[in-house]
Ligand binder design. Structure first.
Ligand SMILES: [Zn+2]
Length: 1006
């Protein structure tokens, strides 16, 4: 059951009433929120003052979160270091890393901890009740009773070490993390977008930690901060889901609250003193790439606990910046004063006061004043001449849409209710002051009805007449990093010289002690304190998603009747394997252009505005996969026989409110057929934008490039995926960006026309019964020209053609170098067991164990890489091991094979096996939003994944044996001679990898 998934909420009236007391809690309020289909129960723990808010609904995925107000008084990063440290052992669970142990063997659907500028939150969720209370028990103990030993502070915070040359060094997890943060211009700009206008408040400091200030914190300071901020009186406990409030209150009281001192609630951060004059702020930053600045204008707006005003500002932000055609966004981009809109542009609504920021990235530093003038001119003109009604309409529709949609982004939808509640709750209001949407929207609409110039008046009040404004420029400086490094070196050397012999001996002893503790395994007794459920409790049933195969005129359709809260999802799938292999490299660009360009008579700004008014979203994706073993090659549909069998598809996905389906489908039809590929200026922008996006995905996603490269020889579809999203695509786009735009346009037109006239169409629809019928009706009348999908061409069926396309070089392992990479990525791909068999199930369990065990310890803890993981892909089939932000990928390659070798010799203890089974199982049954359900059932249909195979796989996981896991490791280890390796790294590390692999170093085009 997904969040907001039901209509049963109305029956879930709490038994509790206002004024009741239960388990030490006093019930302050019980309110039914029709908008959320949930009952809100607000309670206070009488003795300690802990505040609790439960949104009781019919959702089986229960979420809890402990939240503490943690406004910082300096930039030592104490709140952030504490967030890391509390998870390193607590009184009842004295483990080195409780988070990792939970990740190994829990059914959790979300597990995290986050530090914000004024709060720290610890949320977790699960669909299994026993598991949920296990998580709550461990997290509660971690936050209220952490051990906070000195080694934890040294490991997670910062520590001095004497290096091989006898000099002093400074290191630590958060210290290194924040050094990374301070080398990214976008991160610095995001911080200063609000810090600039909030001097004298806690927000002027960096709660994450400024590397210059982190060393000023000591262990005592960390413990003091915990004692002061992590008390029940300063804690808000948020709950959401169907477990009764009474049981949760009883658990919290018995396990924690009845035993704790109450402490005191920290006061809400003070508001900033209002300025009478705008200010100018320049922030230096390291130089990376070119020397262009980011320029932002920031305004301090209003009280964020005022839900009405905050939503009105969010609506105004949407009007000004919501899409490419919005007036302020468009004026900024078309001014060519910079390259693109600064990512920090928008409304910050989660601090004590709201801040609006807008600006450009890639600006010449002397042009800052021009950016300021342009923004003020546009706002002035809008306030005087008025905002177009269409723009207001589009903005309100888009807010309504995103409020309505049942979404998941890595966790349950209730996470967004948590964050909304905390806006007011953290600063003295009730949790629902800022939770509800509909009354706020009604407030805006009322204001607009009585004053058509309502938004214009907000522009005057919050921007034009508001002198509390800063012009911020983030300016890269030549030699900045080098100077910082030299200053640090000098201060460390001075510090080192001042140490006497006794101090040096002490420091060495402390480093040795830390290394000793890090090398210790958790004791079985400590591990036994983390409870986990039994494999007997795991259901062997697979969820089936409703599917009806039908036809709309000549077009075959799949329909999924699901509760989607009034939204319809329509996927238009065109088989692209009617094209020749040479055309495949063009498809990523084409698929992007078709959803981001104008129509005859309408430029992109106008189309973008039309899309915002009539749809929730319209985007495209490319899909390739092999047919599952036993999957059918052709399916019968009322529109004729559909040839399937592992084909390649270009899928356009439309999201729209049911009421807007006719207009939305009409627009989609026009874009598919008539998209204006002749607008060469727009096309040039898109080519550059796409290439920049690919380039900037290399540093955060290098592991995908490496894995894709290593895996591309295992099947036709892996080879195609690499063409579409790997190094081959990167090289292709770099070539295109240098080429002639009009010949590029004619190639796109040729491929588009061939697709539209020749491929045929398959449509997948998800929504209510009425929406399904409406959509099929419109498809039958307006889309019938496309016809049903045609069989694939003989040429595109040949996998060898796809390998020929990308490669003339050697056919073995590869090492790629790029000057832009400070760290590297390594991947090893091995042939694996076929889909859904017992052997594949064993590989899944092995992969989970390696990712949360041997690889984590060897490559992350000892090797210093940020991450390492194993991933089986059953359809192709291959098994990939990869590292993430790895300082030495060549060294990690050995760790891959030695991890497999030791796993092949190991007989896993029963308890460890059970945990690995549970962790693997939880990924298989992960909850999905309705839109994800409709799409994954579509993929199962296309690639022949039947319920029986899914069930066999799930059962094989639950029944897994230690021998089968060891056998899987042995098979994979033996398969290494048939495996492929790819490494991406900076010059030095790529060179080392190439030498180890006996391959040449190849250079990436960036
Ligand atoms: Zn962190």
């Amino acid at each position: 059951m997904s969040a907001r998934g039901g209509t049963k909420g109305i029956d879930l009236q709490a038994e509790l009433k206002r004024g009741d007391t239960y388990a030490g809690f006093e019930i302050l309020d019980v309110i039914f929120f029709d908008e959320l289909k949930a009952t809100g129960i607000h309670a206070r723990h009488v003795r300690t003052g802990a505040s609790l808010f439960h949104l009781l609904n019919d959702d089986e995925e229960n979420l809890f979160s402990f939240a503490f107000a943690t406004p910082p008084a300096d930039s030592t990063g104490v709140a952030h270091i504490l967030e890391h440290s509390v998870l390193c052992g607590s009184v009842n669970h004295p483990l080195k890393d409780a988070f990792l142990v939970l990740a190994q063997g829990s059914l959790q659907t979300f597990l995290n901890a986050m530090t914000f500028p004024d709060k720290t939150i610890y949320p977790a969720s699960s669909t299994n009740e026993t598991d949920y209370f296990n998580l709550m028990g461990v997290y509660g103990d971690a936050v209220f009773r952490p051990l906070l030993e000195e080694w934890t502070f040294l490991q997670e915070g910062r520590r001095y070490e004497i290096n091989a040359e006898g000099r002093l060094d400074l290191t630590g997890v958060v210290y290194n993390e924040m050094k990374g943060n301070y080398s990214s211009m976008d991160s610095i700009a995001a911080d200063w977008s609000y810090r600039s206008v909030l001097p004298g408040t806690p927000y002027a400091h960096d709660s994450g930690g400024d590397p210059d200030d982190i060393p000023k914190l000591d262990w005592e300071g960390l413990k003091r901060f915990h004692a002061n901020a992590y008390s029940p009186a300063n804690c808000r406990i948020f709950l959401c889901g169907n477990i009764s409030t009474e049981r949760q209150m009883a658990f919290l009281d018995k396990r924690f609250l009845s035993q704790l001192e109450s402490g005191h609630a920290l006061p809400a951060p003070q508001k900033a003193e209002r300025w009478t004059e705008p200010r100018r702020i320049q922030v230096p930053c390291p130089l990376s790439g070119d020397s262009k600045s980011t320029v932002l204008l920031s305004w301090l707006c209003g009280d964020s606990a005022d839900g009405n005003e905050t939503l009105a500002l969010a609506a105004l932000t949407e009007i000004l910046l919501g899409h490419d055609g919005s007036p302020l966004a468009r004026a900024l981009v078309e001014s060519h004063l910079g390259e693109d809109l600064a990512p920090a542009s928008g409304l910050e609504g989660e601090l004590r006061e709201t801040v609006f920021a807008v600006g450009l990235r890639g600006v010449d530093s002397e042009a800052a004043a021009k950016v300021e003038k342009l923004v003020l001119d546009v706002l002035g003109r809008l306030a005087t001449d008025g905002i177009a009604t269409d723009d207001i309409d589009a903005a309100l529709k888009s807010l309504e849409f995103s409020n309505r949609e049942i979404r998941r982004s890595g966790g349950p939808f209730s996470l967004s209710w948590l964050r909304r509640s905390l806006r007011a709750w953290l600063h003295g209001g009730t949790p629902w002051d800022t939770l509800l949407f509909e009354p706020r929207l009604a407030y805006i609409k009322d204001n607009l009805a009585s004053d058509p110039r309502y938004f214009e008046s907000l522009i005057k009040r919050y921007f034009l007449d508001n002198p509390h404004r800063a012009l911020v420029s983030i300016d890269p400086q030549e030699g900045y990093s080098e100077r910082k490094e030299a200053e640090l070196r000098a201060s460390l050397d001075a510090h080192g010289k001042a140490m006497d012999e006794a101090a040096r001996t002490d420091l060495k002893a402390s480093s040795d002690e830390l290394a000793r503790i890090q090398a210790l395994a958790d004791t079985p007794e400590a591990l036994a304190t983390i409870p986990h459920i039994s494999r007997k409790d795991l259901s062997r049933e697979v969820e089936t998603i409703p599917r009806e195969v039908g036809a709309a005129g000549t077009i075959p359709t799949l329909s999924h009747d699901l509760f989607t809260n009034g939204i319809a999802y329509v996927d238009f799938a065109f088989p692209v394997d009617i094209l020749d292999p040479e055309d495949y490299l063009w498809l990523p660009l084409l698929s992007r252009v078709l959803v981001s360009t104008g129509l005859p008579g309408l430029d992109w700004g106008q189309v973008s505005s039309l899309l915002a008014r009539t749809t929730g979203a319209f985007y495209s994706m490319l899909q390739s996969g092999s047919l599952a073993p036993g999957g059918v090659r052709s399916r019968e549909t009322p529109a004729g026989i559909l040839e399937l069998g592992g084909r390649d598809w270009l899928v356009f996905r439309l999201k729209a409110l049911e009421a807007q389906l006719p207009a939305a489908l009409d627009l989609v039809k026009r874009l598919l057929v008539e998209a204006d590929l002749g607008d060469l200026t727009r096309l040039e922008d898109l080519v550059r934008e796409f290439r920049n996006d690919l380039d900037s995905s290399l540093a955060p996603g290098g592991h995908s490039f490496a894995a894709s490269r290593a895996g591309r020889r295992f099947s036709r579809s892996r080879a195609i995926d690499e063409l579409w999203g790997g190094i081959s695509q990167l090289e292709f786009m770099h070539k295109l960006a240098e080429g002639n735009v009009s010949s590029l346009a004619s190639a796109l037109v040729r491929i588009r026309d061939r697709l539209v006239s020749h491929s045929g169409l398959l449509v997948n629809i998800t929504g209510s019964g009425a929406a399904l019928a409406t959509t099929r009706g419109i498809i039958a009348s307006s889309f019938s020209d496309f016809g049903a999908p045609r069989p694939r061409s003989a040429k595109a069926a040949e996998s060898s053609d796809f390998f020929e396309l990308v490669d003339t070089g050697d056919r073995g392992d590869e090492a790629w170098s790029s000057a832009s990479l400070q760290v590297g990525f390594g991947a090893l791909a091995l042939p694996a067991a076929p889909f859904a068999g017992r052997e594949q199930a064993a590989e899944l369990v092995l992969a989970h164990r390696l990712s949360t065990g041997a690889l984590w310890e060897e490559i992350r803890m000892k090797g210093g890489a940020y991450g390492a993981f194993a991933h089986p892909d059953g359809l192709e089939p291959l098994f990939t091991l990869a590292t993430y932000r790895d300082p030495a990928p060549a060294r990690s390659l050995d760790a891959f094979t030695s991890a497999l070798l030791s796993a092949s010799k190991e007989r896993i203890e029963d308890d460890d096996l059970e945990k690995a089974i549970i962790g693997t199982y939880s990924k298989e049954v992960r909850p999905r939003s309705p839109s994800e359900k409709g799409l994954s059932d579509f993929m199962r249909y296309l690639y022949g994944i039947e319920p029986l195979a899914r069930r066999t796989k799930l059962e094989a996981i639950v029944d897994m044996t230690a021998d089968a896991v060891a056998d899987a490791a042995r098979r994979l280890h033996e398969a290494k001679r048939d495996g492929y390796i790819a490494v991406l790294a900076g010059k030095t590390e790529a060179g080392k990898a190439a030498a180890a692999l006996g391959a040449p170093v190849r250079t990436l085009p960036l």
